[in-house]
Design a binder for this molecule. Structure first.
Ligand code: NAD
Length: 294
């Protein structure tokens, strides 16, 4: 059984690494800032650098915040590229810019290492339950090799296309989620201001065409006034910035994405960057001077 290196043990990476250990894999783990004694006590080997992780594994998984962190961990000083063995596969599960995935992939290719981008959707609860949706870009043979490992962390593992396609798919996902939250927020603020009970609105429409996974997950949080993350607004801003940059480089105007980005920027200025992205409703609540609560 291949030894798996796991780099980035934050909100998502830690439970994902635990699921691999529970599935019987031998792991070598490292995080630059967070402690990982809990994983070592479960049987993982702790490393002192990204380079050491790479030198001791055949498959290396990264789960880091954004493009600069992935470039630093893989291509930077004491990075994966300094220790990685020829023939290894590096799977980056972070949500980053597709162009950054392609840049890292080209650098690793020169070392005879295959790079896959494999971002996830589902958040911390699905990382814990191993039911993430995983969208992959890159070489098909490498994908088939790592698929059984990815299936220990997710319930859906789909090869979307060439390198970068995983993160393009994730950007599409993040645009749809952000706009869906904004639409739900705008509509529920209107209904509440009109004097209709928002719980009744939810009950009446959730089974119809307007219903969505986003509505089912976020409306109960909004009705409770619970904006604990979940998925932080600052992370969604990061994803929307990657979406805007990617779209503009391709010559694709994305006016609705730009609009919801400005809503999230306003919330950040208002001190809500660390709130769940369902707090988008608070932007609309402030404009209309009404609160969507039970
Ligand atoms: P996080 O900030 O909790 O974890 C990232 C970890 O990376 C941190 O522990 C940090 O110390 C470590 N790190 C940073 N730079 C490093 C380096 N150079 N070398 C080694 N370790 C380094 O973030 P998270 O919530 O786990 O998210 C990870 C990725 O998954 C992000 O791209 C995010 O957008 C995506 N994602 C998150 C969620 C969610 O709900 N949190 C859902 C889907 C996707």
């Amino acid at each position: 059984m291949a030894i798996i290196g796991f780099i980035g043990l934050g909100i998502m990476g830690r439970p994902m690494a635990k699921n691999l250990i529970n599935a019987g894999y031998k792991l070598v783990v490292y995080d630059k800032y967070a402690k990982f004694d809990d994983l070592v006590s479960l049987g993982a080997e702790g490393a002192a650098s990204n380079k050491e992780v790479a030198s001791k594994s055949e498959i290396i998984i990264t789960m880091l915040p954004n493009s600069p962190h992935v470039k630093e961990a893989i291509l930077g000083a004491s990075g994966v590229i300094e220790g990685v063995k020829s023939g290894s596969i590096v799977v980056d599960m972070s949500s980053i810019a597709p162009a950054a995935s392609q840049e890292v992939g080209a650098a690793l290719k020169a070392k005879d290492v295959v790079f896959l981008d494999a971002p996830v959707s589902g958040g911390e609860p699905k990382a814990i339950d191993a039911t993430l949706a995983i969208m992959v870009g890159g070489d098909k043979a490498a994908f088939e090799k790592v698929k059984p490992i990815l299936e220990k962390m997710g319930s859906s593992v789909v090869l979307a296309g060439d390198l970068g396609a995983g993160n393009v798919t994730k950007l599409a996902n993040q645009i749809i989620v952000a706009l869906n939250i904004a639409a739900v927020s705008e509509a529920f603020v209107l209904a509440t201001k009109a004097g209709v009970n928002p719980q009744s609105v939810f009950d009446a429409i959730k089974g119809g065409l307007a219903g969505s996974t986003v509505m089912n997950a976020k409306v109960p949080m909004i009705l409770d006034g619970n904006f604990k993350p979940g998925f932080r607004i600052e992370l969604h801003i990061k994803d929307l910035q990657n979406a805007l940059d990617t779209a503009h480089n391709l010559g694709v105007p994305v006016p609705l994405t730009a609009s919801v980005m400005e809503t999230m920027q306003a919330l950040k200025t208002d001190g809500m960057a660390a709130n769940d992205h369902s707090a988008v409703v608070r932007f609309y609540e402030k404009l209309a001077k009404v609160e969507v609560r039970k």
